[in-house]
Design a protein around this ligand. Structure first.
Ligand code: DAT
Ligand code: MG
Length: 150
């Protein structure tokens, strides 16, 4: 089953939007297989955003994600990566559609509330970077047959 890594970033935690954000992914049908509340280290932040190293926004981005605790989730489901990206909305909140998390709750790119993996490969890699095997739980959900046809 496809997996994606979701982070409710420091602004989401500080603004009390964590429940709202989790609610949207749950309602979408994605199955939670990992979740934790944590302070992100400089090292983990730099690894997670390694693809952006050297860009003008890299340092502010690392500073933002390490500034305050986050809630990190591993979610599973059919097309989990694309589905979660649609639920999150465009990177620039001013371009995010109403009805998406960013479109409903954010205004600026540097305070865009949520991270979601951007490809199936990155979903796998990011879940492995943020969670140990012991922190991930495989479980059959009672309503799976009403969400997953296969
Ligand atoms: P996303 O978070 O939608 O996957 P991304 O992976 O391209 O977007 O970039 C990671 C984060 O970096 C993004 O959430 C906000 C910040 N960022 C991206 N492009 C930026 C830019 N041009 N100026 C400022 N911050 C930017
Ligand atoms: Mg990204």
């Amino acid at each position: 089953m496809e997996r994606t890594l979701i982070i409710a970033k420091p602004d989401a935690v500080q603004r009390g939007l964590v429940g709202e954000i989790i609610r949207r992914f749950e309602a979408r049908g994605l199955r939670i297989v990992g979740m934790k509340f944590m302070q992100v280290s400089q090292e983990l932040a730099e690894q997670h955003y390694a693809v952006h190293r050297g860009k003008s926004f890299f340092e502010p981005l690392v500073k933002y994600i390490t500034s305050s605790p986050v809630v990190v989730m591993a979610l599973e489901g059919t097309n989990a990566v694309a589905a979660a990206r649609m639920t999150i909305g465009a990177t620039k909140p001013n371009e995010a559609a109403a009805g998406t998390i960013r479109g409903d709750f954010a205004l600026e790119i540097g305070r865009n509330l949520v991270h979601g993996s951007d490809s199936v490969e990155n979903g796998q890699a990011e879940v492995s970077l943020w969670f140990s095997e012991a922190e991930l739980v495989s479980w059959p959900r009672n309503n799976d047959p009403w969400i997953f046809e296969g």
